[in-house]
Write a protein that binds this ligand. Sequence first.
Ligand SMILES: CC(C)(COP(=O)(O)OP(=O)(O)OC[C@H]1O[C@@H](n2cnc3c(N)ncnc32)[C@H](O)[C@@H]1OP(=O)(O)O)[C@@H](O)C(=O)NCCC(=O)NCCS
Length: 190
Amino acid sequence: MIIRKLTKKDIPHASRIHRDILDQGVISHLGISFLEKFYWVLLKQKNITTLVAYEDDKVVGFATAACDLKSIPRLIIRQLWRKILISLIKKPFLFYRLIQMPFYPSFKQDGRIGEIFSLAVLPDYQRRGIGTELIKHCRKEFRKYQCELFQVSVRKRIKSANKFYLKIGLSSKSRAKFLGEEIIFYQGKI
Ligand SMILES: CC(C)(COP(=O)(O)OP(=O)(O)OC[C@H]1O[C@@H](n2cnc3c(N)ncnc32)[C@H](O)[C@@H]1OP(=O)(O)O)[C@@H](O)C(=O)NCCC(=O)NCCS
């Protein structure tokens, strides 16, 4: 298994993994065409790196590390509004969740805080250390960005991800309610 930076060629694969594995998030519900444009836009950002885990000639997992997550809602509004409109025509019920997005606690934070924006490994490749390796490489990116610490947030009910973050040595720092769900924020040293 190798970990490397996402390339344009990887975008369809990473987007599919995002849609299928991180299927609870509003971004997944915006559809594959939105996700592909989203990762294409992220590819050009200096403060955001997406890493892919590559095995058996395919992308089997990925993680996105961002320094200054506040820039993401701005990017979405400025560069992806057309895609959002198209998705909203198909799924108008997403409107409420979308307008709440800029109020997500991580999107309001100041300072040089790194954030794991997304992390997913295909089910057949889980429990083989790939998630741990992806986080290790994210840490390297945070070091390059000169972040002081990094964090990740996860729904309380996703037990496996909560266990994973504790196992890799992150500590639970705070909790918040967002769109009726309890969210746990974990922090780690760079
Ligand atoms: C969370 C996730 C990325 C972990 O990836 P992974 O490659 O399976 O993780 P690792 O193999 O590096 O696991 C390291 C340790 O974390 C813990 N862990 C990982 N998955 C676990 C699970 N499902 N249940 C309990 N503990 C788990 C274990 O202690 C594991 O070590 P072990 O296998 O030696 O017991 C992966 O399960 C996943 O993609 N889940 C679905 C998407 C998701 O929840 N993403 C995070 C949202 S914020």
